[in-house]
Design a protein around this ligand. Structure first.
Ligand SMILES: *Cc1c(COP(=O)(O)O)cnc(C)c1O
Length: 546
């Protein structure tokens, strides 16, 4: 790991700690884990992000099931203000920007930017808040401001890593500066590309941000590009993902399957970087309970390891039961199978799949199944909110059998991925790019029960490390609504069958279950750790091939 070039990593959100909510979900947790492993492994990488004054929504379920979004101020005690000021231009107006270093939660270097004057603070008021103009203003501060900050601090950078298209303005700023030489725009791009790498995260076309060139002009960041030049970089309308692919030397998806999906999705884009796959991972010291590691230290006889592993799991399950009771008043049984499901309330993740057949569901309840959900909807995502509403309704219909925990955050993520018995994941394939909650579960001995999507084809050995829900059917079309109903029905039936015929018999046999727990931990411990992920980024992405 010694010959790593100096890297600047750009991301809109970072999930470092529950007490520092400048993250919304998976992307931020991934970036947080990236920064933590970089610190542990002493990789010369600095992170660039934004300080979100009100973070992301604290989402509560009010009386009568009304979903309420609250925006408490983000605590500033983890920040140290730097003695440096830079300037960006938004809507043709100068915006002075200050910078902080994050002094807690990580040992690596993370700089966060914030407009210096109150009148400009709308830009970073809320993570993913506001409309497209706010988003562009945020991206200008992140990208243009980030590059200028690194220069003001005298940080030498060999490679710029754009984590998601949000960071593409960093590339535009480097081009404006002729940072790596070249005269014409194609020459400047060719000189820049060896220094940029790009990670794409979403196989849902709507999740890839595009902006009208007219709006780009209106948001005037004073970078001096003509419409034709912008079009050469990102197309018309300007796609942040296309720009990322054209400004980088190498791009990657976040799991092997997602790499294939992304290659297919962007195959018609000319001048795009090749897309490889680096599968995500999670920070083991953050997400794996220390009792799991203690149970499995190698110098103990196997029976003792098994007994301690089981005892650790029961203790963590009991902690979940206590917290569920404290938060909802509902009492879960320690004996029945607890199925965990916690995700962003996006339609493709199908949180309510298993709820779709009442009769089959009641049968599962008779067999002792208990479902524990958590999730947040984006404040302006009405479909997501109605999904949360359906889950909350289900808790009223089946009290004590279905639980919904409000305000999904890192704390609940940790509680659920160690306290559940199995971790359910049933997205519409291939729309889950990676998914990392299942990795957290796996390394706590909570086996996955999942569609073969995202990372799971790489971790699943059916009946050994967990279970798959059916096999991929190449005829499935995730965007055909008529097809959706058929696919949902089929997947629901398979899911119910696997639970009843395979998961439950294993669960009721302690020896079988502990061996599955062990296999789940052994499979994930290294392969789905962010340390492995960082080693892959260093050797396959950051290092210069020349
Ligand atoms: C791990 C985590 C995620 C990402 O999980 P997915 O499986 O990708 O949905 C999102 N939010 C929180 C709070 C998490 O802890």
């Amino acid at each position: 790991m010694s010959s790593c070039p100096r890297v600047a990593y750009f991301c809109m959100e970072y999930g470092l700690d529950p007490s520092f909510p400048i993250y919304a979900g998976g992307l931020g947790i991934l970036a947080g884990d990236h920064m933590k492993s970089v610190g542990d492994l002493h990789i010369p990488l600095v992170g660039i992000g934004l300080f979100w004054d009100e973070g992301y929504t604290r989402q509560l379920i009010g009386a009568g099931g009304v979903i309420e979004d609250h925006y408490p101020k983000t605590p500033r005690d983890a920040l140290r203000r730097l003695d440096v000021k830079i300037e960006v231009t938004v809507r043709g107006k100068k915006v002075p920007v200050r910078a902080y270093k994050v002094d807690r939660h990580i040992s690596s270097t993370l700089y966060l930017l914030e407009p210096d004057r109150d009148e400009d603070r709308w830009i970073t008021q809320r993570l993913y808040g506001g409309g497209v103009e706010d988003r562009l203003a945020q991206e200008i501060v992140l990208g243009v401001g980030g590059v200028r900050l690194l220069q003001a601090l005298g940080e030498p950078i060999d490679v710029y890593h754009f984590n998601e298209g949000h960071a593409v303005f960093a590339g535009l700023e480097l081009l404006r500066q002729h940072a790596f030489g070249g005269n014409t725009l194609p020459e400047r791009i060719a000189r820049l590309r060896p220094h940029v790498v790009f990670t794409t995260h979403t196989p849902v076309p709507a999740g890839n941000e595009v902006h009208d060139l007219e709006l780009m002009r209106k948001m005037d960041a004073d970078l001096g590009f003509t419409d034709a030049e912008l079009e050469m970089i990102g197309g018309d309308p300007f796609s942040m993902t296309v720009a990322g692919l054209r400004l980088s030397r190498l791009a990657n998806g976040v799991a092997a399957l997602h790499g294939e999906t992304a290659r297919d999705m962007w195959k018609d884009i000319d001048n795009a970087a090749p897309i490889i796959a680096i599968t995500n991972g999670v920070h083991t010291p953050t997400w794996q309970d220390a009792r799991i590691r203690a149970a499995l230290v190698p110098d103990k006889p196997r029976e003792r390891q098994d007994a301690e592993l089981w005892a650790a799991h029961q203790a963590m399950k009991q902690e979940l039961i206590v917290e569920v009771e404290r938060r909802t008043g509902a009492h879960l049984s320690l004996d029945g199978l607890v199925v965990g499901f916690a995700r962003r309330a996006a339609a493709y993740k199908r949180a309510d799949l298993i709820l779709g057949d009442d009769k089959a569901l009641k049968h599962l309840f008779d067999l002792g199944i208990q479902l524990v959900y958590s999730g947040k909807a984006h404040p302006r995502d009405l479909a997501g909110k109605s999904l949360v509403g359906r889950l909350v309704d289900a808790t009223r219909k089946y009290p004590g059998k279905i639980i919904f925990l409000e305000n999904y955050d890192m704390k609940l993520g940790a509680l659920l991925t160690r306290g559940a018995d199995i971790w359910l994941n049933n997205p519409r394939r291939p729309l889950e790019a990676s998914g990392t909650s299942g990795m957290k579960a796996a390394m706590n001995g909570v086996p996955n029960l999942s569609i073969l999507d995202g990372w799971w084809p790489e971790g699943c050995e059916h009946g050994v490390t967990g279970w798959k829900i059916g096999d991929p059917d190449p005829s499935d079309d995730p965007f055909d609504e008529k097809d959706e109903a058929r696919v949902d029905r089929r997947d629901r039936e398979i899911l119910q069958r696997v639970i009843e015929r395979e998961v439950l018999p294993a669960f009721h046999d302690r020896r079988t279950w502990t061996s599955i727990m062990r296999a789940s931990i052994a499979m994930s411990q290294w392969q789905f750790s962010s340390d492995r992920m960082i080693e892959d980024y260093v050797s396959k992405v950051y290092s210069f091939a020349e």
